[in-house]
Design a binder for this molecule. Structure first.
Ligand code: FE2
Length: 364
């Protein structure tokens, strides 16, 4: 079964048992929401006929088996079929699942715009489609351009602009390709990192989408050019500056001195964001958990984020010290991903080769 077919089944809430047979360590990194786990990988590899004896499956529900790249899961699917189950293997395994997505609408009281949160559940990237009066803007396209074109079409919107909050390090940006396919204008924060044409965004630039308005706020820290976009003074697209349970890491593509300077800049940027009204909705570019197919948006008010993220209450020096002490391991291949995103060249072949692994842009 293809990723798209399984995604559609889960999206339509159809009965299916997703059986994850990977080792526990692999599952701890990332998983398919609602999947059942049996740590049978080693037993299967050694040909143990009782490897799946303990798995409690319903005969009436189709089973989709999942492993790392789809080889062992194909063997398991065959065994289950021999036992009378309707079973298929997820082609390409969790590596291919990286591109799976779902969406949820975010209610934004006080704005005429409709905001669709587009969640790359296979990796944790969050992007946004904001529609108003037949027009739409995409922020941080992290999925194939067709996904946004299809969603915009479903709502009767034409994508007129594509924005990025910063040059990404954890995923290949699809923004440039989306503008090529849609004819939309590419807006990037003002910087001299990328080597292709774009319309530079500088604070306090405003972009109109029908009757609604996106206002740019320059919030350096995660990267020097990082920019947030405020929708009708009600919802803030924070990129990797502020997450629902953490803040952006300041160290990628930086020396240790630069990382420290960026951590100071991040503190000041966050203080500016925290001065916005407490009911402002925070819509970040990542989550650290696989996103369920439940139609529930991942969103909090600024007041809730301030309460949840302890480090936001620290003084500048304590904040910088804590951030630099808690930096997680760098995402695999981030140099090559940044290189592609700066050059605007989408690599040939399977993008998930380069994008392997969970996103790691947050410090919490
Ligand atoms: Fe980032």
């Amino acid at each position: 079964m293809s990723v798209e077919a399984l995604r559609d089944l889960l999206d339509r809430d159809e009965p299916v048992t997703v059986l994850d047979i990977r080792r526990a360590e692999a599952r701890a990194e990332w998983a398919i929401p609602g999947s059942l786990h049996v740590d049978a990988y080693d037993a299967l590899k050694s040909g143990d006929p009782a490897a799946l004896a303990d798995v409690d499956l319903s005969e009436d529900t189709p089973v989709v088996t999942v492993c790392n790249v789809g080889k062992t899961s194909a063997i398991v699917a065959r065994q289950l079929r021999a036992r009378g189950f309707e079973a298929l293997s997820l082609a390409g395994g969790m590596k291919a699942w990286s591109l799976a997505w779902n969406s949820a609408e975010v209610p934004v009281p006080g704005s005429d715009a409709r905001v669709i949160q587009v969640r790359r559940t296979g990796k944790g990237c969050l992007s946004y489609l904001i529609g108003s009066d037949g027009e739409a803007v995409v922020i941080d396209a992290a999925l194939e351009p067709e996904v946004y074109l299809r969603l915009a079409n479903d709502h009767g919107w034409t994508i007129s602009s594509v924005l990025e909050t910063h040059v990404h390090a954890d995923h290949l940006s699809r923004s440039r390709r989306l503008t090529e396919l849609s004819g939309a204008i590419l807006h990037l924060p003002d910087q001299d990192r990328v080597s292709y044409p774009f319309v530079p965004v500088r604070e306090p630039d405003e972009l109109e989408v029908g009757p609604t308005r996106l206002t740019a706020m320059h919030t350096p820290g995660h990267t020097p050019e990082s920019t947030c976009y405020l929708l009708d003074e009600r919802a803030l697209f924070t990129g990797d500056t502020l997450f629902l349970a953490g803040v952006g890491r300041p160290d990628l593509e930086a020396t240790s001195e630069e990382a420290s300077a960026r951590a100071h800049a991040l503190y000041r940027s966050l203080q500016r964001l925290l001065d916005l009204p407490p009911e402002t909705l925070v819509l970040p570019a990542h989550t650290s958990e696989p996103v369920a197919f439940d139609g529930e948006p991942l969103v909090s008010t600024l007041a809730e984020v301030r309460e949840r993220v302890e480090i936001l209450k620290a003084s500048e020096d304590a904040f910088v010290e804590a951030i630099l002490a808690r930096i997680p391991p760098a995402p695999p291949n981030h140099h090559r991903i940044v290189g592609s995103n700066e050059a605007g060249v989408f690599p040939e072949g399977d993008p998930t080769d380069l994008e392997a692994g969970a996103n790691r842009c947050a410090v919490s």
